[in-house]
Design a protein around this ligand. Sequence first.
Ligand code: TA6
Length: 289
Amino acid sequence: MHTIKKLELNQQLTDLDILEIDSPSCSACIALQGAQILQYQPKHRATPLLWLSQVNTGQLGKALRGGIPLCFPWFGAHPQGLQPAHGFARNQIWELQNVSYDEAQAIHHVDFILQDSPETRKIWSHAFRLKLRISCGRSLNLDLHVENIGSQAFEFSFAWHSYFQINQIRQTEIHGLQNAEFIDQLQNNHHFLETDAVTFQQEMDRIYPKASGYYQIVQAHAEPIQIAAPSCASVVIWNPWQDKAERLGDIAEGDWQHFVCVECGQIASETVRLAAGSEVHYQLKITDL
Ligand code: TA6
């Protein structure tokens, strides 16, 4: 069962259209802005898998903090510093192309499209088409096709900027990054080698350009969250800690302790050059099974 309605935040209706999903396997909420899944909770899990800030304003054109925003066609700061960080795809209204339900599997398949427009071409001159399928069942699957429908090759970087709900950041580990090199964005982008599970004692902002594609969020008293994205070369691990969370201004006091970002994509040295008429596919699977 699915319904389309306006997103309500703090008892206030916003201008944002959302698709609400409920089935025997999960409940989920997807904003048409950014084709951004905001909430996802499998029925077998006591808590949501994704974190969503409780102090989002729901302003049109500004990505909500939480869920899985799609950073495209660049990750991080704009290469020339002329545009907002993380590209524009997460701020655009995507076309909701289809919603189908596989009763046997209890999975909703939700298909979105974003194509270049006069607005996007003012920011980034290339002709592109993004197709995103979000499949909500006992696990969460995202499947992205990036098409170059223009006459010139273009380069892009991207990431699914996923916010995962956790009990306490200080008691959380990220496994699967051993022996991967990372760029520490908080230490002048110096390169380091990851030697063990990632643990958190302060703000963290690390880009692993080439990593395994398989990660686990491990914490006491909760099933590990498995993240599988072997088609994505890169991953980012981020937590703002207290000071940056306060500077960002859209994270409730202390709530920075209850999420960790594990962001799969193609970043830094793994930026993609896509020839005219070509396309590439990326998949992300999130589950606690
Ligand atoms: O993924 C980590 C990061 O690049 C951080 O540097 C921080 O800026 C975060 O993304 C959030 O960015 P946003 O534009 O969503 O506030």
